[in-house]
Design a protein around this ligand. Structure first.
Ligand SMILES: Cc1cc2nc3c(=O)[nH]c(=O)nc-3n(C[C@H](O)[C@H](O)[C@H](O)COP(=O)(O)OP(=O)(O)OC[C@H]3O[C@@H](n4cnc5c(N)ncnc54)[C@H](O)[C@@H]3O)c2cc1C
Length: 476
């Protein structure tokens, strides 16, 4: 490195930039291979988005909100329920304590067991291909993995920077309950926030530009979820164009034009932006080393997680790969193997289960009917409603359906979409069927305990060929 004189003790086999889930998975893998590694993390605390400001706090708040919801209403005759009292600040404090505890146990406590790993805090930027600068010091890595994650992309809306907008991160920190909340966007983070805060007593309005919520999903899925969210009292406006946002007194006002060309305005105590994310690449100096990114600052990688610069890999939310914590961690291990071993491991996302943690949940794996159509794969669809699943019938909660997409020529499952309370719990059975090419008839031939939701998968599978409604108990 002629540009830079890097001290010997600052030279490593591997530098990982970032300290989130992707980085930790890579560091643990590198340690097991005795690769001397430096992890540099700045911005969020070690552990990154998922534990500190993402999955963990959001799922805690969703569960807290769910317990309020169940305490407020029952479908069963003879169960009389009153309005629960809520101490919002206490909920947030408990969330903060849980986050701290999980960050300690799942991240910081692991560090002493990783003798080949050194960590430093600070923001890294490339000086040249194998050299990064942190806190004014230079470090050299024979290989480098970028794992800097992603953050909220603030949509270009007139006036937005003049109002005190929130992101999911800052919203989860508020100890005072928002009286009312405009949620911009209707992807999974937006919808999870909307329902959780609504159930905790905030008046919520969702404003979405696309024609539907969860805009990539089929209409029957989005209609079903929208119906249940609206029935709870969440206001949803889709197909809107936002004109401007401004502050009026203590409140925030937003003007939008509807799909039918009417201009309307809404007012709210708070507004949260959840319209999408951008890769944390802005000040990384990537331009110096010719690493290609998308318009949203996401790093382009190939299936071996290599960037366009030799010896430099990228993993997790900062890449164009699916932005989940379990994919980030998976990529961490793969990138280290690809960097240091001759036998390369491709990242394979062909069987990727995912869940939207609303109630009912939306869950999916594999392709839906639109993708099967586009790919020219013979396909057949069945939609089996929870109103025909014994578990749901006795629980007096029949919201949703299980949709299976199969290839009728070989009886193999191509994909599944579920809208159901706790529907995400069904995904792994379906994922195994796709990955290991288990024909539906094999699933139909297996015992499924009576009065489980998974019995619904068997019933749905049978419904391709049988009128299940005419059967007696136990799908036989
Ligand atoms: C509200 C919310 C809910 C979510 N819920 C789920 C869920 O239920 N399930 C799920 O699978 N996923 C969920 N996710 C997504 C999940 O959190 C991410 O996919 C995951 O955390 C990505 O991990 P990562 O390691 O790629 O990035 P991150 O965890 O973001 O880590 C990147 C780290 O790098 C640091 N950094 C950035 N720039 C630099 C730099 N220049 N130098 C040094 N360090 C830097 C960052 O500050 C951060 O600490 C959720 C996300 C959000 C926001």
């Amino acid at each position: 490195m002629d540009c830079c004189n890097v001290d010997t003790e600052k030279k490593f086999d591997l530098i990982i930039i970032g300290g989130g889930s992707a980085a930790f998975a890579a560091a643990i893998h590198a340690n097991s291979m005795k690769v001397s590694t430096l992890m540099i993390n700045g911005g969020l605390p070690f552990g990154g988005t998922c534990v500190n400001v993402g999955c963990v706090p959001s799922k805690f708040l969703i569960r807290a909100a769910e317990s309020i919801h169940h305490a407020s209403a029952s479908n069963f005759n003879g169960v009389n329920i009153g309005k629960p009292t809520i101490n919002f600040a206490e909920i947030i404090k408990q969330k903060t304590a849980l986050v701290a505890d999980m960050q300690q146990h799942k991240y910081l406590d692991l560090l002493p067991g990783l003798p080949h790993l050194k960590i430093i805090e600070g923001k890294a930027k490339f000086v040249e291909k194998n050299v990064v600068e942190v806190n004014g010091e230079l470090y050299e890595g024979y290989k480098i993995i970028i794992a800097t994650g992603a953050t909220t992309l603030v949509a270009e809306i007139k006036g937005i920077t003049d109002v005190p907008y929130l992101t999911s991160t800052t919203l989860f920190e508020l100890e005072e309950q928002p009286q009312s909340l405009i949620v911009l966007g209707a992807g999974y983070i937006a919808l999870e926030i909307a329902q959780a805060y609504h159930r905790m007593g905030t008046k919520v309005t969702i404003i979405q530009r696309s024609k539907s919520i969860l805009s990539k999903e089929a209409k029957d899925i989005t209609d079903e979820l929208e119906k249940h969210l609206a029935a709870e009292g969440i206001t949803i406006h889709t197909g809107t164009t936002i004109n401007k946002v401004w502050k009026e007194g203590a409140n925030i006002k937003l003007s939008y034009t509807t799909g039918t060309n009417e201009t309307e305005a809404i007012e709210s105590s708070h507004i949260v932006i959840a319209t999408g994310t951008k890769g944390n690449t802005k000040n990384l100096g990537l331009e110096k080393i010719s690493i290609e990114t998308t318009e949203r600052g996401l790093i382009k990688v190939d299936e071996l997680l290599r960037t366009s610069a030799e010896e430099i890999f990228a993993i997790g939310d900062v890449t164009t790969n699916p932005p989940f914590v379990y994919t980030a961690a998976y990529e961490g291990g793969k990138a280290v193997v690809n960097a240091f071993k001759a036998h390369h491991k491709q990242a394979d996302f062909s069987v990727l289960p995912w869940v939207v943690f609303t109630d009912p949940q939306v869950a999916g794996v594999g392709m839906d009917e639109t993708e099967a159509e586009q790919k020219g794969i013979p396909h057949q669809v069945t939609v089996f409603h929870l109103q025909d699943i014994p578990r749901s019938i006795v629980a007096l909660d029949t919201r949703g359906f299980i949709k299976l997409i199969r290839n009728p020529e070989n009886d193999l499952l191509l994909g599944a979409r579920i809208v159901a309370p706790e529907g995400g719990e069904l995904l792994m059975q379906l994922s195994l069927m796709i990955k290991y090419r288990i024909p539906l008839k094999e699933i139909i031939g297996m015992f499924h305990p009576y009065l489980t939701l998974s019995e619904g998968v068997k019933l749905a599978a049978m419904s391709f060929t049988t009128d299940v409604k005419k059967m007696s108990c136990c799908a036989s």
